[in-house]
Each structure stands twice: as C-alpha cells, then as structure tokens.
Design a protein around this ligand. Structure first.
Ligand SMILES: [Zn+2]
Length: 285
C-alpha cells in the first residue's frame, strides 16, 4: 500500500519557547472506562506499533506545532520558514535557525513519564516498533533499543550536509555557532548544513518509511500517542495497520483526524493516562 512519500514537518524553525503547560483534562467515569478498555486491548496485544507525535514531548518542555498554543497555530508564518527551499535559499533564515537552536537546546531535555511507559512496553516484550514523528531524540534517551525506533522525521541531535550528506553531532556544530560561525558550512565540502530532520518539501528517508510500513503490516495493535494524525505519511500507518486487522488505540489531549478508526480513544494528559494504561495492561489476566 503506497503512502505518499512527501512529508510535512518543520525543522529550521524556532523551538525556543519552553513548553506550554497542558491543562489537565478532568477525569470522568467515561474517561476511566475508555482507559480500562484500552488497557485490556493493550494487555492482549503481542506486537504493538507505537506511533508518537509532539504531544508526548510537551511535558518535557518541547512545544508542539499544531496543538492549541502550538508554534504554527500561534504564528502561521513560522510554517513557511520551515520549508526546505526557503532554508536553502535564504542565509538569514539559516542564521535565525541556528540562533534559535542555541537557545532551545541550551537546557538539556529529559524524557517524561509518557516516554518511560513505552520503554516499559518494550521491557515486557510486546513493543514491536516505535515510530515517532518527533525529532527530539527523547525516546532513545528514555532507553529504547535503537533498532526498535524509527525517527520518521529525522533527528535534531545530528546535523546533515545538504550537498554531500555528511553527518555531524548537533552539539559539535552548535559549538561552532557559539564561537561565532553564524551559518556554519560543511567541513568536508563547504555545503549548507541543516539539522538531520525532514523539513517541509523534503522526502522521508526511504528506509525509515519502509521499516515503518513493515511494522504496520505485522502489528496486532497500533498505539497512537500525542499525535493529531494529520501529517502523512506517518498518519497513514494507522489505516494501513487497521486494514490488516490490527486494533487501534489513540491517546491524545485533543480529538484527532482518525478517531473514527479507533477501537478506543483515550483523552487526557499523556504523562498520566499512558503510564496508568500500561500498568493496568500488565495486570490484565
Ligand atoms: Zn558536505
């Protein structure tokens, strides 16, 4: 099942603001019942495909894009600045992007309870693959086996040369920016450097998309967490898995584009409901 291999996601934009404080969603008996049904599905699953988006990282202080208070909701022009053509053609945009990264990465980012709950699923041997739309590296920092994780929109822990493809650690290149290089060039070929993320107008890395689609085809449950399921091809993994008979559990603070496809939708603060669901799934008979 082909999924359009073009992608929409930002990279060169300001990620500098600290995360918004997500208001707790009031717990209701309806919410508790949804959580119990989701835990029961999770407890029966043997090959889980977890699909995560920005919502799982907001509690680590990383702002999302499309949620309420998100970067692009508040400033739609920032979305334009995240396109690859603009980044490549406008040195001023690159200088801003590097300065913003200096600020946004000044504080070490830490995984939160939501990330750790997914590591617990891996420890139980039921997590087949984790596909994340996030570029923050927090799932790997939380302790997943790297071969189980597909960072489908790349990572901002690395920098990539747009001419020769050479990769360097982000920390090293930010060190050069701090020393005064406003728009650091590739030390191999002089080409333009960019975070190793997939920007608007860039294709996904084909091997990452292939791994994600294979996981969707073999999983028995999709657990979508903190994503509005509005960005393709990542969101397309949900209907792809559903068509193969997989169950679908969606955990998000707000409604998503694909709620109608889900067996259970759990609304709530991810750092609370996801650990509760994983714990309850572990107790299931
Ligand atoms: Zn180069």
């Amino acid at each position: 099942m082909a999924i359009d291999a073009t992608c929409e996601v930002a990279s060169g934009v300001d990620l500098g603001d600290r995360g918004r404080d997500t208001a707790p969603v009031p717990r209701t008996s309806e919410g508790d019942e949804a959580l119990a049904r989701a835990a029961a599905l999770l407890g029966r699953a043997r090959r889980v495909l977890a699909l995560t988006g920005a919502g799982i990282s907001t509690e680590s202080g990383i702002r999302d894009f499309r949620g309420p208070g998100g970067l692009w909701t508040m400033d739609p022009s920032a979305e334009r600045l995240a396109t690859i053509d603009v980044y490549l053609s406008e040195p001023d945009v690159r200088r801003r992007a590097w300065q913003n990264r200096l600020t946004s990465q000044a504080v070490e980012r830490q995984p939160n309870r939501g990330h750790r709950a997914l590591v617990e699923l891996e420890r139980r041997g039921v997590l087949d693959t984790l596909v994340t739309q996030n570029v923050d590296g927090l799932h790997l920092a939380a302790g997943h086996e790297p071969q189980r994780v597909v960072e489908i929109h790349g990572t901002d822990r690395d920098v990539m040369c747009m001419a020769c493809g050479a990769r360097r650690p982000m920390a090293e290149v930010l060190g050069r920016v701090r020393q005064g290089e406003q728009d650091p060039a590739c030390s191999e070929c002089g080409g333009i450097l960019k975070a190793a993320t997939v920007s608007f107008g860039q294709s996904l890395f084909p091997e990452d998309l292939a791994r994600a689609e294979e996981a969707a085809l073999r999983c028995d449950l999709v657990l979508a967490v903190g994503t509005t399921l509005a960005v393709y091809p990542a969101a397309g993994l949900v209907p792809l898995a559903r068509r193969q008979g997989a169950g679908v559990v969606i955990v998000n603070g707000e409604p998503t584009e694909l709620d109608a496809l889900a067996d259970v939708v759990v609304r709530g603060r991810i750092g609370e409901v996801l650990p509760a669901m994983v714990a309850a799934a572990g107790e299931a008979p």
